[in-house]
Design a protein around this ligand. Structure first.
Ligand code: UD1
Ligand code: CA
Length: 459
């Protein structure tokens, strides 16, 4: 098979985004746009992938890591100049080169394959991927002759009125004979409205040399959408979200209102789980089968077992094992592990804590830096006091212990199995097996105290 290479253009600043972040790093459904592009490129197994970086080069390289080689385009002089920076890496090689922009996150490997096929079929030196847009504003226009053969590409800013009326657009994806590409790039000038070296000019240059140039028109304009503005970013996110949600539904997940459910790419959800409207599932979240996630829940990097119920709660970097439940209005902060059949009720916060199976933490409680055993009952309004102003300290509570309501358990402290803490206690010392700790002022009743107080007459 002929060697295949890919160049990803990712050096531009993206002025129209008005952002400190390099354009290609803006996320769509949880991943930078350029990561989506590279992920699809990887599926066509290129022999080499070169990413052209410039603005935010360090951040782009950090985001993509060793998955691609990098070449720096120090000054952004246009897409043609950007591709030419790849010459030291690719210039001497025989094969086909796919050029794709880092700001077209919806394109798929399937389309790239179709482009390669078409390119080979036509025996072309260059094939541009085109689409028909309802509103072609901003895109390069495909100029064909009377026979329908591609002549050149004209950028929006350089287009005559007639050319601007054409609605077949350049998607910014091309397949080239590699050596022909680099030879032609040396002939590209910058005498145009933007004073840039346009990659698009390569098409016209090759055509004039009598080379075979072709254009493959893809059916779905939406897939080719380029993101230059925040508006387009929102549109791309909507399309990607629709794709992701459709896949989950195809796998047996019920999304009550898929238009309001935000699921990052890569999130895993088991069959027969129901996700209510307005739920956010982010990062590396995994949810098992038969779960229920209620409205206004936000899960980030959460690992959720089977048959778990989550109502209006936030879970970050934490684990909930099978048959447990949480909410409404509770918060698992990072590094919490909730055992099987655990009940976390309303208005609870758990941070860096392990809670054993069957334990109940029902109401208005803070569990920070603690290890709780199994079958514990934690009453209402309990505080695991973990911070002394300088350091965090740890609390252990054994199996079958009982922590009465409104207790403060001041770390570091150990409460043994079957120990009992009376309501309202402030516990500062360890409690042994089967003991009860009571640490609060004794109640004093003053007889007939009422008589000593001044009163309004009671008519
Ligand atoms: C480009 C095409 C246009 C096409 C559109 C599709 C050119 C001249 N125009 O326009 O025909 O319809 O894409 O989305 O190519 N880049 C660099 N270095 C540079 C300039 C750009 O790496 O010096 C990168 C950008 O980061 C971006 C890509 O090239 O990923 C395209 O650049 P952009 O400025 O977005 O081009 P468009 O105006 O969208
Ligand atoms: Ca663009």
């Amino acid at each position: 098979m002929m060697s295949r290479y890919t160049i990803i253009l990712a050096a531009g600043q993206g002025t129209r985004m008005k952002s400190k972040l390099a354009k290609v790093l803006h996320p769509v459904c949880g991943r930078p746009m350029v990561d989506h592009v590279l992920t699809q490129v990887e599926q066509i197994n290129p022999d080499k992938v070169v990413t052209i970086v410039g603005h935010g080069a360090g951040e782009v390289e950090a985001a993509l890591g060793k998955r691609t080689e990098y070449v720096l385009q120090a000054e952004q002089k246009g897409s043609g100049d950007a591709v030419l920076r790849g010459e030291p890496v690719l210039g001497d090689l025989d094969g086909m080169t796919l050029v794709v922009s880092g700001d077209t996150p919806l394109l798929t490997a399937k389309t790239f394959e179709q482009l390669f096929e078409y390119h080979k079929e036509k025996g072309a030196k260059a094939t541009v991927l085109t689409a028909v847009a309802d509103d072609p504003t901003g895109y390069g226009r495909i100029i064909r002759n009377d026979l329908g053969v591609v002549e050149k590409i004209v950028e929006q800013k350089d287009a005559s009125k007639e050319e601007a009326a054409i609605n077949e657009i350049n998607t910014g994806v091309y397949c080239f004979d590699n050596k022909t590409l680099f030879a032609a790039l040396h002939e590209v000038g910058n005498d145009n409205a933007q004073g840039e070296y346009y990659l698009t000019d390569v098409i016209g240059i090759l055509k004039q040399k009598g080379e075979i140039v072709s254009a493959f028109k893809m059916k779905d304009f939406e897939e080719s959408m380029g993101v230059n503005t925040r508006g387009a970013l929102a549109n791309a996110t909507r399309v990607m979200q629709r794709r992701i949600n459709a896949e989950h539904m195809a796998n047996g997940v019920t999304l009550i209102d898929p238009t309001t459910t935000r699921i990052d790419i890569g999130v895993k959800i088991g069959a027969d789980t129901t996700i209510e409207a307005g739920v956010l599932l982010k990062g590396q979240t995994e949810i098992g089968e038969d779960c229920y996630v209620g409205s206004h829940s936000e899960l980030r990097d959460a690992k959720i077992g089977a048959d778990v119920t989550i109502t209006s709660s936030t879970i970050e970097k934490s684990v909930m094992h099978a048959h447990s439940n949480i909410g409404p209005m509770s918060h698992l902060r990072p590094n919490s592990e909730i055992g099987e059949y655990v009940h976390i009720g309303n208005f609870c916060e758990v941070k860096n804590a392990q809670i054993g199976a069957y334990t109940k933490v029902g109401h208005l409680t803070y569990v920070g830096d603690a290890t709780l055993g199994q079958h514990i009952n934690v009453g209402c309004g309990v505080v695991f006091v973990n911070y002394d102003g300088l350091d965090k300290h740890h609390t252990d509570v054994g199996d079958w212990a009982f922590v009465g309501s409104n207790a403060n358990v001041v770390a570091p402290v150990k409460v043994a199995d079957h120990a009992f803490i009376a309501a309202g206690s402030t516990i500062t010392a360890d409690v042994d097996f089967h003991d009860m700790a009571i640490a609060r002022a004794r109640q004093v009743n003053k007889p007939n105290y009422w008589d000593k107080l001044p009163h309004e007459p009671e008519n």
